[in-house]
Write a protein that binds this ligand. Structure first.
Ligand SMILES: Cc1cc2nc3c(=O)[nH]c(=O)nc-3n(C[C@H](O)[C@H](O)[C@H](O)COP(=O)(O)O)c2cc1C
Length: 376
């Protein structure tokens, strides 16, 4: 299936503008999402086998999720389980609706299987997202897997008011998702990444945890998404907040502002575009960050590993480095709709080959006595 997509479908799609194709695909999937019959039909081609895993108190049917940014408006929320995903992270969403940066703002470096984007949190705002999710629920089309929401900061909100901005979004969306991700690592909102500084992040998390204590719906797990460009020291400072601010996990990583050292000259024009780089060239750095976080926390803090996952070997590498869950964005663009099923199948095969009975036994395996060579 992936071969067919790569050979016939992808070349045709890639003759068109990246964001335009994205929007058209999402709107088609949005129409499919309204029909249980169509979703079931898709699931027969693309549904993934079970590979259950539990993290931060949430049960996932399999560990492969849809990364943030793919479905910012929950336009196709019900369809992602039918495409084999074990969870979806919707958004990023901000308190104020905003158009994002000027077009064009999404570029492909096809030879390197990478994307560069500077979307700038184009989204309808937290209240509109809440209304869309409530509508899916009303229609009986709530996604059949855990749903996370990625929270960003509105561009018009100054950094000093960031905590209030995040808390406003969280207040309206809290009843509608299983977990939340505080995104302080997008390179495309001016100065946003300064919010990864310990004091600023502490303020945001304090505001969110205050909201988290309200009412009768119970606290939601709050994770933090980090940039691959952070130093290990800066990551360690963030980890110091895990206990006091009840961080449920870390999503590692967002896109990078770095560019590959050995660039194919054919793509140098694309690489000179401002924005965050995702896909294959991000893989090694994001795994390195996961490995560091796992080591520093002794495996006690769940990690969602994301960055350059295209197949089961890539996903296994992240899990062996310490990720409990994994996500894809660019891999879906390059490998097509069968990517989740193929990754989950491949992970199950790897567990069987090694005589492991559950995915949790593979998490951080490379750090154990087994040794890296024998597990990847
Ligand atoms: C077009 C695009 C939009 C994105 N939007 C968001 C976003 O809104 N919030 C976020 O946390 N990450 C966002 N990301 C980052 C992805 O969630 C992911 O962390 C990153 O792309 C690395 O994974 P990948 O190599 O599988 O793409 C976006 C990525 C792309 C390519």
């Amino acid at each position: 299936m992936s071969w067919f997509y790569r050979t016939f479908v992808r070349p045709a799609l890639f003759t068109q503008d990246s964001e335009e194709i994205h929007n058209r695909t999402l709107s088609a999937l949005g129409r499919v999402s309204r029909s249980e019959m169509w979703c079931d039909a898709l699931a027969t081609f693309y549904g993934a086998p079970q590979l259950p895993v539990e993290a931060f108190g949430v049960k996932f049917p399999n560990p492969l999720g849809l990364a943030a940014g793919m479905d910012k408006q929950a336009a196709a929320a019900p369809v992602w389980p039918s495409l084999g995903f074990g969870f979806s992270e919707l958004g990023g969403v901000t308190w104020h609706a905003q158009p994002g940066n000027a077009l064009p703002r999404m570029f492909r470096a096809v030879g390197d299987e990478a994307l560069i984007n500077r979307m700038g949190f184009n989204n309808p705002g937290a209240e509109a997202l809440a209304a869309r999710l409530a509508e899916w629920r009303r229609l009986g089309r709530w996604p059949a897997h855990p749903v996370g929401i990625n929270l960003g900061k509105s561009k018009i909100t100054p950094l000093e008011k960031a905590a209030e901005d995040y808390a406003n979004s969280f207040r309206v969306l809290r009843p509608l998702a299983d977990f939340f991700v505080v995104n302080v690592s997008s390179p495309n909102t001016p100065n946003l990444r300064q919010l990864q500084d310990k004091a600023a992040l502490d303020e945001i998390l304090a505001a969110l945890q205050e909201v988290n204590g309200w009412g009768s719906i119970g606290p939601r797990p709050i994770l933090v998404k980090v940039a691959p460009d952070l130093s290990f020291e800066a990551l360690d400072e963030i980890l110091e907040l895990a206990g006091p601010r009840r961080i449920a996990g870390v999503v590692a990583t967002n896109t990078t502002v770095a560019r590959p050292a050995a660039m194919d000259p054919a793509w140098s024009k694309i690489y000179s575009e401002t924005g965050g780089l995702s896909g294959r060239p991000l893989k090694a750095r994001s795994t390195e960050i996961i490995r560091h976080l796992h080591r520093q926390t002794g495996g006690k803090l769940p990690i969602i590993g994301v960055g350059g996952i295209f197949d089961a070997a890539d996903a296994w590498e992240k899990i062996a480095a310490g990720a409990t869950l994994v996500q894809v964005y660019t891999g879906l663009v390059y490998e097509g709709p069968a990517v989740a099923r193929s990754i989950v199948r491949g992970l199950r095969e790897r567990l069987t080959e090694r005589g492991l009975t559950g995915l949790s036994q593979a998490v951080g395996l490379e750090a154990s006595s087994v040794g890296l060579e024998s597990v990847v």
